[in-house]
Design a protein around this ligand. Structure first.
Ligand code: S3P
Length: 168
């Protein structure tokens, strides 16, 4: 089975854009667990949080992760909180190589977070989330792509590692 390429990291670290760039470079299908959740729920993420709560979102996310991890040779963009449930990361690591894009908080803060209920219009929340989650991102990543604020640079580094390890 062809190995998946999994992207983890903070909200606004560019996982979705990066997944499209990598999909094009490597000729792999791109999927996004946030979109899978929205399709399953039939509504956008802010509405899921508002009407059903975070736990309901996390349950849908766990199911999306299970389905994404069962693919072969896909680029999988994940939500920033995917690392909160160990079973998510066990499933993703079993069939994929996991990259943590450790983009700088100042670059992340410059992104639009209006569709992110846990960040919203309070950029201070990013610092708290980063402090809580950075150890988890590091723990579950096979590779950490640090200090790469440009998309092109990050895509190049990740594509090179993936090709070397998984498409020799
Ligand atoms: C979340 C991040 C979001 C989305 C949801 C929860 C989080 O994904 O899954 O709003 O807990 O950090 P992105 O990282 O793609 O913004």
């Amino acid at each position: 089975m062809q190995t998946n390429l999994v992207l983890i990291g903070m909200p606004g670290s560019g996982k979705t854009k990066l997944s499209y760039a990598l999909s094009e470079r490597l000729g792999l299908l791109a999927v996004d667990t946030d979109i899978m959740v929205e399709v399953a729920a039939g509504k956008p993420i802010p509405q899921i949080f508002a009407e059903d709560g975070e736990q309901a979102f996390r349950d849908l996310e766990a199911e999306a992760v299970r389905q994404a991890a069962s693919l072969a040779g896909a680029v999988i963009a994940t939500g920033g909180g995917v690392v909160l449930r160990p079973e998510n990361m066990e499933a993703l690591r079993e069939t994929g190589i996991v990259f943590f894009r450790d983009r700088s908080l100042s670059a992340i803060a410059g992104e639009d977070h209006s569709g992110r209920p846990l960040v919203g219009d309070n950029p201070e929340r990013l610092k708290t989330l980063y402090a809580q989650r950075a150890p988890l991102y590091r723990k579950y990543a096979h590779h950490i792509v640090a200090h790469t604020d440009t998309l092109e640079e990050a895509a190049q580094i990740i594509a090179d590692i993936y090709q070397e390890e998984c498409q020799p």
